[in-house]
Write a protein that binds this ligand. Structure first.
Ligand code: ADP
Ligand code: MG
Length: 695
C-alpha cells in the first residue's frame, strides 16, 4: 500500500520542490514575490521556468497550459507542447520565463460583456505565483489571471486578488492603531464545503435533461424521498466509498487537502470539505476539485452532479464558504482573544463584518445568484434569499451589553468596558446550532452558506472582502483622527452595533414569520437572479467597488451583463430541452400507452362484451393529460420565441423570471401528473426512484 504522505502533493510544484530545484537566490526572490507581491524579474522567471519544465518532464508531462477562470464559471486552458525543433531534425523541450509569466489565449470567445470587441480580441494571461503550478493529465498547469490588453479583468481571479489586497490594506491600518506594527500582511482564508450528487452513468445517459442541463426537468416524487432522514451521515455504500477513496487520492496528489467526506441529507447526496487555505488558493483548488470529482466519477460508472437542484422536491446542493481573516503572524482576527486588548480588536473586526453584511446585502446575494441557485435559496432547505447574520446567544448578549453600556454576565457591578473585560470563549457548540442562517459566526470564522454547489467561490469572496475592506476603511479613517483611541473605539463599536443590529437574527431562517419580520426590518429579499444581479450597478456599489480598485465601472457593468446573459441562456436551454423531451419522448409515450390501452379495449370487447371500466377511465385520464402537456408545451414554445425578440438584457432576464420559468413549471406539473399513471414500460426515461436509489 502506498502511503498518503508519499504521494501527497507529488503533482505540485510546491515549496519543497522550489527549494530543491532553484538556486538560493532565485528561490528567495520568488518567495518575496509570493509572500509580498514584489515584481518578478525576467531572469528569475527564466530560472523558475527551466526548473518547472525539468520537473514536469521528469513526471511525464509533454505540454503546459495557462489555466484561468473566465467568466463562464468553469476553468479554461489551452495546451502548448514544450517541443521546439532542433536544426538536426530532433526536438528539444523548451519553456521560457516569458512563456511562464504571460500567455495569449485567443480571447475572443470568452464572455467579456462588451469589454473587448471581437476585432480587438487580444487578452492575456498572467502567472499567479501565489498559487502553485501542478501536473494533470500529462500537462503542466500554470494558474493565471486573465486580462484584456487595456488591463480590464476578464476573469474571476483578478478581482479576487484585488479584493484580498484591499482588505489587506485596510486591515493593516486598523492593526497599526492597536499597536500591531509587526504584522506585514493580512490574508483571508476559506474552507469551502462542497456538496454533490452521484447518479449511475447508464441511467444518466438516458435522460436528455441531465445531459443537457445537469438537472432533471421532469420527475414525479418517488414513494420514498429524504423523509426518513436516514441518509445524512449514514453508512457510505461500497461503490460510493470506492469513488470517494479514489477522489481523495487524486486530490491529494494535486496537493488539495481533502479532509472530510460524508453522506448528505438527500439520498445520493454527499459532501467533501478540504482544510482551509488562503482564499485565492482555495478558489483554485475548489475549481480543480469540482473538475476532478466529475472525472473520477466517470471511472466508477457514475456521474457527479454539481447542479444546485438536480431533483425537485429533494434537497439541493450548496457550498459553505467558511471565511476568516488572519495575519502573517498566524493570528485569526475573527477569534476572540486572550486579553482585553485582543478582544477589543476582535469586536472591531466583528463590527466591520456586521456592518459590511448589512450595507452590502445586495452584493452578497448577487454574488451567489445563478439560475440553478435560485431553486434553492428560500426553498426551506438552503438559507432564505434574505441575508442575515447568526451570532449565537452568547455573542449577541455581549453586543447588547456594549450597545446599552450595560453590565454583562459576571460583571454585575461594572459596566462592560471594552478593553477591560475578557470575553468568554465561543465554542463551536454554542455558536453553530443554527443551520438555517445564510451567514453564521462559528466560533472563529464566518460561514457564508448561500453559495450554490457549482458556483465559483471567487464571486462571493470578492464581494465579501470588498465590503469588509470598505467598513475597515471607514473605521480607520475615524479612529486615526481620534484623540482618545479607547473611547473612540468604544463609541464606534457601540454605534455600529446600534445601526446595524437589524441584520442579526438568531432564529429559524426557514420560518415564514422571519421573512415578514425581515421585511419589517427593511432587509432585502432578492428572490431571483433577475432581481439581484442588476443591483451590482447601484451607485453605492459602484462607488465602493471602484474606490477600492476591485472593479472599474466598465467591469461592473460588463459583469452584470455576463451574469444575466448566463441566467438567460441557462433557462433558455432548459426550456428548449423540456420542449424537446415533451414533444419527442413524453407526449408520444403517454399517447401510445393510451392508444394501446384503447386497442386492448376493442380486442377485449370484440371477444366478450366486457365493460372495460378501468381501461376507459384510464384512457380518458391519459388523453386529458396528453392534451394538457401539449397545451403547456405550446405555451412554452411561444414564450421561448418571444424571448428572442427582447434585446435589453435586464428585460430579457425579467421575462425569464415572469414568463418562461412559470411556463416550464406548468409543463412539468402536467408531465409529473402523467408519470405515475403511465405504465413504467412506456415511460421514456429513468424515474426519480431509480436515479436517487440506483447507486
Ligand atoms: P462543519 O461546518 O461541517 O461543522 P467544520 O467546522 O469542520 O465543518 O469546518 C468546515 C470548513 O471550515 C473546513 O473546510 C475547515 O477547514 C474550514 N475552517 C476551519 N477553520 C477555519 C478558519 N479559521 N478559516 C476558514 N475556514 C476554516
Ligand atoms: Mg458547515
Amino acid at each position: 500500500m502506498e502511503k498518503v504522505t508519499d504521494y501527497f502533493g507529488t503533482m505540485v510544484f510546491d515549496d519543497r520542490i522550489m527549494k530543491a530545484t532553484l538556486s538560493e537566490k532565485v528561490y528567495k526572490s520568488l518567495k518575496r514575490t509570493i509572500d509580498r507581491g514584489t515584481p518578478l524579474d525576467i531572469s528569475v522567471a527564466n530560472a523558475v521556468a527551466a526548473a518547472m519544465k525539468d520537473w514536469a518532464i521528469e513526471k511525464g508531462a509533454t505540454h503546459y497550459t495557462h489555466w484561468f477562470q473566465p467568466m463562464t464559471g468553469v476553468t479554461a486552458e489551452k495546451h502548448d507542447s514544450f517541443i521546439s525543433p532542433a536544426p538536426d531534425g530532433r526536438v528539444i523541450m523548451e519553456f521560457s520565463g516569458k512563456e511562464l509569466v504571460k500567455g495569449e489565449p485567443d480571447a475572443s470567445s470568452f464572455p467579456s460583456g462588451g469589454l473587448r470587441a471581437t476585432f480587438e480580441a487580444r487578452g492575456y494571461t498572467a502567472w499567479d505565483p501565489t498559487s502553485y503550478a501542478f501536473i494533470k493529465d500529462g500537462t503542466l498547469y500554470i494558474p493565471t489571471a486573465f486580462c484584456s490588453y487595456t488591463g480590464e479583468a476578464l476573469d474571476k481571479k483578478v478581482p479576487l486578488l484585488r479584493s484580498m489586497e484591499a482588505l489587506n490594506r485596510q486591515a493593516l491600518r486598523i492593526l497599526k492603531l492597536f499597536g500591531n506594527d509587526k504584522v506585514k500582511s493580512v490574508k483571508t482564508s476559506v474552507g469551502p464545503e462542497q456538496e454533490y450528487f452521484l447518479v449511475d452513468r447508464e441511467l444518466w445517459k438516458q435522460r436528455k435533461d441531465l445531459i443537457m442541463t445537469g438537472r432533471t426537468l421532469f420527475g414525479a416524487m418517488p414513494p420514498k424521498g429524504q423523509e426518513m432522514e436516514d441518509h445524512y451521515f449514514g453508512t457510505i455504500k461500497p461503490r460510493v466509498a470506492e469513488y470517494m477513496a479514489d477522489l481523495d487520492k487524486e486530490l491529494w496528489k494535486l496537493g488539495i487537502l481533502a479532509k472530510t467526506k460524508h453522506n448528505e441529507v438527500a439520498p445520493a447526496q454527499h459532501e467533501l470539505a478540504p482544510i482551509y487555505d488562503t482564499t485565492n488558493i482555495a478558489a483554485d483548488h475548489n475549481q480543480l476539485t469540482m473538475e476532478v470529482m466529475q472525472k473520477v466519477a466517470q471511472r466508477h460508472g457514475l456521474v457527479c452532479l454539481l447542479h444546485e437542484k438536480p431533483f425537485a422536491g429533494v434537497n439541493g446542493s450548496g457550498k459553505h464558504n467558511n471565511w476568516s481573516i488572519s495575519t502573517d503572524q498566524g493570528v485569526n482576527l475573527l477569534s476572540p482573544g486572550e486579553t482585553p486588548y485582543e478582544n477589543a480588536q476582535f469586536l472591531l473586526f466583528l463590527a466591520a463584518v456586521i456592518k459590511a453584511v448589512d450595507d452590502y446585502q445586495d452584493l452578497l446575494r448577487l454574488s451567489v445568484a445563478t439560475a440553478g441557485n435560485d431553486h434553492r435559496l428560500g426553498a426551506n432547505e438552503a438559507p432564505p434569499a434574505v441575508i442575515s447574520i447568526f451570532l449565537g446567544d452568547e455573542l449577541t448578549s455581549v453586543l447588547e451589553a456594549i450597545e446599552n453600556d450595560a453590565p454583562y454576565g459576571g460583571y454585575e457591578k461594572e459596566k462592560m468596558q471594552l478593553g477591560v473585560d475578557v470575553l468568554p470563549k465561543f465554542s463551536k457548540d454554542t455558536t453553530d446550532r443554527n443551520r438555517t442562517s445564510p451567514f453564521a459566526f462559528t466560533g472563529n470564522k464566518f460561514e457564508f452558506r448561500m453559495l450554490g454547489s457549482s458556483n465559483s467561490i471567487s464571486c462571493a469572496n470578492i464581494h465579501l472582502n470588498a465590503a469588509v475592506a470598505e467598513e475597515l476603511r471607514q473605521f480607520a479613517d475615524q479612529l486615526e483622527k481620534a484623540k482618545d483611541f479607547e473611547s473612540a473605539l468604544h463609541e464606534l463599536i457601540r454605534d455600529t452595533i446600534k445601526a446595524h443590529k437589524r441584520i442579526i437574527f438568531n432564529g429559524n431562517g426557514y420560518d415564514d414569520a422571519w421573512i415578514e419580520e425581515a421585511e419589517k426590518r427593511g432587509l432585502l429579499n432578492l428572490k431571483t437572479t433577475a432581481d439581484a444581479m442588476p443591483k451590482i450597478c447601484d451607485k453605492k456599489n459602484v462607488e465602493m467597488l471602484t474606490s477600492h480598485g476591485i472593479f472599474t465601472e466598465a467591469e461592473i457593468f460588463s459583469r452584470r451583463d455576463i451574469m444575466l446573459e448566463n441566467y438567460i441562456k441557462t433557462v433558455n436551454i432548459e426550456a428548449q430541452t423540456m420542449i424537446d423531451m415533451a414533444r419527442k419522448e413524453i407526449i408520444p409515450a403517454v399517447a401510445k400507452f393510451a392508444a394501446d390501452t384503447a386497442s386492448a379495449v376493442s380486442v377485449k370487447s370484440s371477444v366478450a362484451s366486457v365493460a372495460c371500466k378501468y381501461e376507459k377511465k384510464l384512457i380518458t385520464e391519459l388523453s386529458g393529460l396528453v392534451d394538457e402537456m401539449d397545451e403547456a408545451t405550446t405555451v412554452l414554445e411561444e414564450k421561448v420565441a418571444q424571448l428572442k425578440d427582447i434585446e435589453v438584457i435586464v428585460e430579457a432576464a425579467e421575462f425569464i423570471r415572469d414568463e418562461v420559468l412559470p411556463a416550464m413549471e406548468a409543463l412539468r406539473a402536467a408531465a409529473d401528473k402523467a408519470e405515475p399513471v403511465t405504465s413504467a414500460e412506456y415511460w421514456p426515461f429513468p424515474t426519480y426512484d431509480k436515479l436517487l436509489f440506483g447507486v
